[in-house]
Write a protein that binds this ligand. Structure first.
Ligand SMILES: NC(=O)c1ccc[n+]([C@@H]2O[C@H](COP(=O)([O-])OP(=O)(O)OC[C@H]3O[C@@H](n4cnc5c(N)ncnc54)[C@H](OP(=O)(O)O)[C@@H]3O)[C@@H](O)[C@H]2O)c1
Length: 251
């Protein structure tokens, strides 16, 4: 589809990948609603996307709550007159062993990474149905296709996101709403600087650049209506972790 003049909501728009998606869609002429908790980081991304000539607004809020998703949808429609695209990129999920996965930790991982995607999809669906048009892109992970060491809650959330995507794809197809999953392997974002693992420059260089995920999002969204990409896995060409699925063994 032609992206110029379309409107998109991006959750996690201040993150390593979400920020690149915001920039890429801004360059394509998409009007943006940028969502995350940190107002300060949102302001910085807002200035970046405006420098590409994009119209954009920010919404600072906690996406785990339905009133936030509904307010974002309503405000986006009031400001731009439509909601054409939703990109669910936000997540929360540090590594933890099963013994260290408290109920609170489990809930925060599942609520941010899976439930929020459901809440935002539910909030935008009435607008997209009315338009008989819409695109939802869920940023999954290869951790939604295989198990990873010390990532119980995160893997569960990402496998759940696969199921959510598949179900919505069937349910919303009749309203000309495409639902896509893009499932990257390790991607070089600031998140990796905060994890309890020592990563060499070579490890980071082997990761996917976040700009490549953003380009994939733009490509998927640009396809003609009669083409559908339900699931796009993106692998590391060379395994950054020396044959292991992740660097989180024994933490
Ligand atoms: N990096 C990788 O290696 C990798 C690999 C595969 C898949 N992915 C997926 O790619 C996506 C983006 O990852 P990333 O590395 O770019 O993440 P990131 O840099 O950690 O960014 C996370 C984003 O989510 C937002 N967020 C977290 N909790 C929130 C909440 N409760 N309410 C609202 N916003 C919240 C953060 O903003 P605030 O903190 O300001 O709220 C931030 O914008 C995720 O879905 C992730 O699972 C990443």
């Amino acid at each position: 589809m032609e992206l110029q003049g379309r409107t998109a909501i991006i959750t996690g728009a201040t993150g390593g990948i979400g920020r690149c998606i915001a920039q890429e869609l801004a360059k394509a002429g998409v009007q943006l609603t940028l969502v995350a908790r940190s107002a300060e980081k949102l302001q910085s991304v807002l200035e970046e996307v405006k420098s590409f000539g994009a119209q954009a607004i920010t919404f600072s809020g906690d996406i785990r709550y339905s009133d936030v998703a509904e307010s974002v949808a309503r405000l986006t429609c009031e400001r731009f007159g439509a909601i054409d695209i939703l990109v669910n990129s936000a997540f929360w999920g540090p590594p933890a062993s099963i013994e260290n996965t408290t109920e609170e930790f489990w809930d925060q991982t599942l609520d941010t990474t899976l439930k929020a995607a459901f809440l935002f999809a539910r909030a935008v669906t009435p607008f997209m149905k009315k338009q008989n048009y819409g695109r939802i892109v869920n940023i999954g992970s290869l951790a939604g296709k295989v198990g990873e060491d010390n990532r119980t809650a995160y893997c569960a959330a990402k496998w759940g996101l696969e199921g959510l995507t598949a179900a919505l794809d069937v349910e919303l197809k009749k309203y000309n709403i495409h639902v896509h999953l893009i499932s990257p392997a390790a991607t070089n974002t600031p998140w990796w600087r905060e994890v309890p693992a020592t990563l060499t420059e070579q490890v980071l260089e082997r990761m996917i650049p976040p700009e490549a995920i953003a380009q994939a999002v733009r490509w998927v969204l640009s396809l003609p209506d009669m083409v559908h990409v339900p699931d796009l896995p993106m692998y590391n060409f060379l395994n950054p972790f020396e044959g292991k699925s992740s660097p989180f063994e024994g933490i």
